[in-house]
Structures are given as structure tokens and as C-alpha cells.
Design a protein around this ligand. Structure first.
Ligand code: DUC
Ligand code: ZN
Ligand code: ZN
Length: 477
């Protein structure tokens, strides 16, 4: 009988802390040893010339999320979305269980489980989206769900069907403080966006490009400052998600320098797309392919985002995978969307490209180290969202969720390579250096050079511990 189920031999292991030559021994779905001459195994994978990194954790994806009647369906459910994830080297996703207004929180979570159960190619957990913070939700349901492993939730400062007013935000923050949950905040101001949208529409400026003009950086900066101020008042940590440029980044940096527990997330689109993309061909509808919120900015904003990444302002780099179809009446070109940018569904696919683009622009172009790459794509997500020390590193005791990475392989991102159900990729034509060549989930090879070997149902739901980053400051404890 062999010592191990699997040995990954001859690669260079990379963790958030170290880079070292070692074999990795796996038994029962977990890493049991790293080192040399470890023993025999039923199966050996030759990883020479490859980086051996923890599987990606994407803590911000939207799958099978349907929030309001009459709005378009998402292109990806759990099956296609997580298939795309493993093809891109990601082995855990955290998706959002939304509470439609008027609905109970637990019933919403249970319904969402029904969409994921038996469907997922990778492990998954749920954040909650709180749209209706009634006394029952804040007093009973939310604390009880946090106790059951749904230890983070998102609130919105915009969107008709999601927005919370300032008093509601304060109440939700207070509840999070009480139960130790981590609050993620979508920072864009509702009234400012409405004002801008109506003004642009009156001027006949309705093409997708004006989506960006309707929510400039000042709108994001104002909301970020307001959220930070409320969090300071309540004394609760917050995570400001999908930061798009300098203005919001500087708010987070300012808060951090004040000693507040304010964390930041940024995403692929904010280092790879610009507002120019939303012009499409000659200000036509094809710009709708790039419509997401906050909108992509400009190249100076890419630099600001890198400044925040390198300076430690951002803890996590996510995809904000939020896919809609391009063709057909259920997607970006739905009939209403042709009348104004305000009806173009907000969101783009990208779970498969997150690590490719970040590695290429980050590591291959010399902006960050290999270890920073692992921290920002995996380890920090695990730590921030209560999955550490089970996920997020290459060390004995961790789940054997591993990506073998060819740092020298050059590819051009194209829809023909994608495994999602969406009918386009916003990163079409982007040349990258660095590519995932094999993905393992719990020690099983689930993707080999783009060939999916895993099955729906391989992935399991992950109840999560409280985030160690979510406790209030000692100041008011
Ligand atoms: N917020 C997200 O987090 N994703 C897509 C759209 C949005 O507004
Ligand atoms: Zn958002
Ligand atoms: Zn999102």
C-alpha cells in the first residue's frame, strides 16, 4: 500500500509567505506533507517547471442571482459558473444569497441552496445580501444565520431594489457588530446616480457609455466616506468592495491610517478595462458588454489601483463575476436597455480570467511578487472570510485545493477558451503571460489544461467561521 494518494513532484510551491522547492503529499483530500523524498503514492503528477499554488478563492461572484421581477436572468448558475472557476484555477467561490424585499432571510438562503446543491464543480460559501433589515431580520434571522456559518453579508447604497438608507445602514452595522459578522459595502450614492441619470437622459445621452458618466468617481468616493463614517460611529469593521479608482482607494487608505478597521477589495475590471470600452464601436450598444458598477475608469485609475494593491490598502482581488448574456432578450441587449443605459444589466463575467489577468499584469509585468499574488487571490480571502486554516495555503492540514501554474505560458483570452455560459468575455483579445495548467480540488484533478475532468457536485458548501478581522476595535469593546 502506498504512503499517499497523490504526490505532486518537482514543482515550486508558493504561499503568501514563502517560495520553496518541495513535493506535496496528499491523502484523504488534504495536504499531509511537503518536502523531499516523502514516500510512495498511488499517483504522481510531475510539476517540474510549474508553480504549485493554493487554488484561487474568489470571494465575490454572483451566480444564479435573481433579485427583482422583470430583470434579466444571469448567464451563469452554479454549474457553469464554477466550471469556469476551476478552469481559471479557482477552487472556492463565495456567492451571494439575496434577500428579495419582503422575503425572510432564511427562506431566501434555503432557496439559494437549492440552486447550488449538487451543481458545483468547486467548493462554495454564501454571503447574504440584506435588502430589508426589518426588526425580525436584525433581531433574529441574521444572528441565527451568522451562527450557522453565513458570517458575512453585503449591503448596497444604491439600486432601487437593494438600497438601504443611512439609518438602515447604521442598524445593519450595529447588528454586524453584535454578532461578529463582516459587512461588505457597495459604495455608490443612490441619489447622486439618479440625479446624473435623469440629467443625461434629458440630454439624450442614453448610450451605454453614459453609464460611466452617471456614476463618476465622486459618487463612489462620497458613498465610501459615508460608509466609513457610519462604521466609525458604530465601531464595526467594514469591507468596501469592488473599488474602481483613486478616489475610493484614498478614502480607505485614509481610514486605515486613522486606525479604523476598513478593508478594501478591487477587481479585474479595474486594472484591465476603461470607460472607453463602454463606447463600443462608435458609441453603439456593444459598449453594453462592459457595463458594470462601479464602472471601469481610465488608465490613471489602473495605476491608482496598483498603488493601493502594493501599499496594502486592498486585501482581496476578486472577479465580481456577474454574468449576463450579450445576445438575446434576456441580457445586455434587452429591449429596455436599447432605450437607456440605465436598463443595461450591471455586471460582467470574469471568474475564469481573474488569476490570469492579475498574474500577467501583476507578477509577469513586475508589479507584485508571487507571494503577494497568492495572498491577494487566495490566502487573504480565506482569512478575511473565515475559511483559514482549511483553505488558502500549501501546508499540512490544508485542503488539497491546488493550481499548477505555468508562469511562462502566453495566451490570448478569447471566448472560445471560456467555460462559462455567457456568450462573450469582456477580456477578449487580452494577451496574458501566466496560465493555469491543472486544477485540483480536494486532491482530485478537476481541470487539466482546459479539459474539465470534475463533475457537478464535486464541490461542497462551506459553513464559515467568524472572520478574525470582523471584531470591533478595542477602543469601544
Ligand atoms: N455590484 C456588484 O457587486 N456586482 C455587480 C453589480 C453591482 O452593482
Ligand atoms: Zn456591488
Ligand atoms: Zn458583485
Amino acid at each position: 500500500m502506498a504512503d499517499f494518494d497523490l504526490l505532486i513532484r518537482g514543482g515550486t510551491c508558493v504561499t503568501a509567505a514563502d517560495t520553496f522547492r518541495a513535493d506535496v503529499a496528499i491523502r484523504g483530500g488534504r495536504i499531509v506533507a511537503t518536502g523531499e523524498n516523502l514516500g510512495s503514492a498511488d499517483k504522481v503528477i510531475d510539476a517540474s517547471g510549474m508553480l504549485v499554488m493554493p487554488g484561487g478563492i474568489d470571494s465575490h461572484v454572483h451566480l444564479a442571482q435573481h433579485s427583482a421581477p422583470g430583470t434579466p436572468q444571469m448567464a451563469d448558475g452554479f454549474e457553469s459558473g464554477t466550471r469556469s472557476a476551476i478552469a481559471g484555477g479557482t477552487t472556492t467561490v463565495l456567492s451571494f444569497a439575496v434577500q428579495p424585499r419582503g422575503a425572510g432571510l432564511r427562506e431566501s438562503v434555503m432557496a439559494y441552496h437549492g440552486k447550488a446543491e449538487g451543481q458545483s464543480f468547486c467548493d462554495y460559501g454564501f454571503h447574504l445580501i440584506i435588502t430589508d433589515p426589518s426588526p425580525n431580520v436584525l433581531g433574529q434571522e441574521l444572528p441565527s444565520l451568522v451562527g450557522d456559518g453565513y458570517t458575512s453579508f453585503k449591503v448596497f447604497m444604491t439600486y432601487d431594489d437593494m438600497v438601504l438608507n443611512d439609518r438602515q445602514l447604521l442598524d445593519v452595522f450595529d447588528c454586524a457588530r453584535g454578532c461578529g459578522a463582516l459587512v461588505m459595502v457597495h459604495c455608490e450614492g443612490y441619489d447622486a446616480i439618479r440625479y446624473m441619470t435623469e440629467k443625461l437622459e434629458r440630454a439624450g445621452k442614453t448610450a451605454p457609455y453614459y453609464h460611466g458618466e452617471s456614476r463618476p468617481q465622486v459618487v463612489e468616493r462620497e458613498a465610501a466616506h459615508r460608509a466609513i463614517s457610519h462604521a466609525e460611529l458604530v465601531d464595526v469593521p467594514i469591507m468596501i468592495v469592488h473599488v474602481s479608482g483613486r478616489e475610493a482607494m484614498e478614502q480607505i487608505r485614509w481610514a486605515q491610517q486613522k486606525g479604523l478597521k476598513v478593508y478594501g477589495e478591487t477587481c479585474t475590471q479595474y486594472i484591465a478595462l476603461t470607460a472607453e470600452d463602454m463606447k463600443g464601436f462608435n458609441m453603439d450598444e456593444t459598449g453594453g458588454k462592459y457595463v458594470c458598477s462601479p464602472p471601469p475608469r481610465d488608465r490613471a485609475s489602473w495605476d491608482a489601483i496598483w498603488e493601493g494593491i502594493r501599499g496594502g490598502v486592498f486585501q482581496t482581488f476578486s472577479s465580481d463575476h456577474c454574468p449576463f448574456f450579450w445576445e438575446g432578450t434576456e441580457g445586455k441587449q434587452n429591449p429596455k436597455a436599447k432605450t437607456s443605459f440605465r436598463w443595461v444589466p450591471n455586471g460582467i463575467p470574469g471568474v475564469e480570467n481573474r488569476m490570469q489577468v492579475f498574474f500577467s499584469k501583476g507578477v509577469s509585468e513586475g508589479r507584485i511578487s508571487l507571494n503577494e499574488f497568492v495572498a491577494l487571490t487566495s490566502t487573504n480571502h480565506a482569512k478575511m472570510y473565515g475559511l483559514y486554516p482549511r483553505k488558502g495555503s500549501i501546508a499540512p492540514g490544508f485542503d488539497a485545493d491546488i493550481v499548477l501554474w505555468d508562469a511562462n505560458r502566453e495566451e490570448t483570452i478569447s471566448q472560445s477558451l471560456m467555460h462559462h455560459a455567457a456568450d462573450y468575455t469582456p477580456y477578449e483579445g487580452l494577451r496574458v503571460k501566466g496560465w493555469p495548467v491543472m486544477t485540483l480540488l480536494g486532491g482530485k484533478v478537476v481541470c487539466d489544461d482546459g479539459r474539465i475532468l470534475g463533475r457537478p457536485g464535486d464541490g461542497h458548501f462551506l459553513p464559515r467561521a467568524l472572520s478574525p478581522f470582523a471584531g470591533p476595535s478595542a477602543r469601544q469593546r
